[in-house]
Ligand binder design. Sequence first.
Ligand code: FAD
Length: 401
Amino acid sequence: MSHFIVVGAGQAGQSIVTKLRAEGFEGEITLIGDETAPPYQRPPLSKAYLLGDMELERLYLRPANYYADEGITLVTGRTVTAIDRAAKTITVGDDVLAYDVLALTTGSRPHRLPTAIGGDLDGVYTMRTLADADAIEPEFKQGASVLIVGGGYIGLEAAAVAAKKGLKVTLVEMADRILQRVAATETSDYFRTLHTAHGVDLREGVGLKALTGAGRVTGATLTDGTTLNVDFVIVGVGIAPDTRLAEAAGITIENGIATDACGRTSDPSIFAAGDCASFPHAGVQMRLESVGNAIDQGEVVAQNMLGKAVSYTPKPWFWSDQYDVKLQIAGLSTGHDQIVVRDTDGARSHWYYRAGHLIAVDAMNDPRGYMVAKRLIEGGKNADPAKVADPATDLKALMRA
Ligand code: FAD
């Protein structure tokens, strides 16, 4: 009987094993993860779970009995330390397991601040795992001062939770504006106004110089010379794909574990999916860091592990919750040269165009705008910018145009 092993029990790993069984695979499946929890969803960690609005059980991607019911061996709390590609085995502690087909879904790791600037002090946190969220949560005491380093989605979501819980929040972003890497100026402006209205002290174009404290962080010096008293710090300065296992095994790395359109790595018996994997798109090896990508790419990889030849076409979508605003994003805004703002009774959306063609949307409390734009983008259709900007336009009519 064939043995398929999946290393990394997160969103993409779960997607692969689920799809393998859905496709009728009857062989042996082992899903191995180094975290102690069974596969869970990460997005609530910086949103509802941190706020205390979501119970632990609801984070899990499947009920506890799922794995036994589906004949999937779930191994948690154990790290895969090596792949022997010639022997087709992996090493987990003292065990060596043989595979017929292997999938790597090792995710990504957050960048940390260097030790030299206080990155290792107690009270300095990154936000990636359930264990991280559980460690941070007790710090969220009303009146405490938190410094958030980095104005990307995770930093902004943590700032929103902290402000809602009555903490004194300072957020520093080294770039000229928050969300600079991922969104248009209009979207940055929208979220700056939102956070400022909730009392967040948001400082853009200012970096962190150093954290100070004896053992535990108590202060921060910013690049403009300002000093702050802080009770704790959350660092949200981006992530790197976790390619360590693949790299040590001599698998090609290019912006993550390089795969072909089918998710196959440079070793034909080894696939990769999710945050750790790059795939060919528009002439480059692209990598996406999102739940949607982990699920969809995982499903494609599962089919190809079974010998099919299914190509992965990304349909990027993403979301973020901050205060009472739900942001929904579809498409990829990279290379846009025009932004169209649509504003209708508090529902707001920013439509991105490149060379006159709709490529992406950021929709704030605008599920209808999001849904219509997403369908147009995925269908390769366009929408007249003037009509989009006109609040009187019935968006559904754009789909019929
Ligand atoms: P992961 O979910 O990270 O899973 C990889 C797993 O592999 C990890 O458990 C890791 O510890 C394990 N592993 C690594 N190496 C080994 C090894 N050698 N042996 C065993 N196990 C190993 N995306 C959205 O689309 N919307 C959001 O709103 C959103 N919010 C987010 C909020 C937070 C706080 C975070 C951290 C992420 C958020 N994301 C969001 C991103 C999304 O969660 C990730 O893109 C997604 O989890 C990627 O899935 P993955 O399976 O590739 O990686």
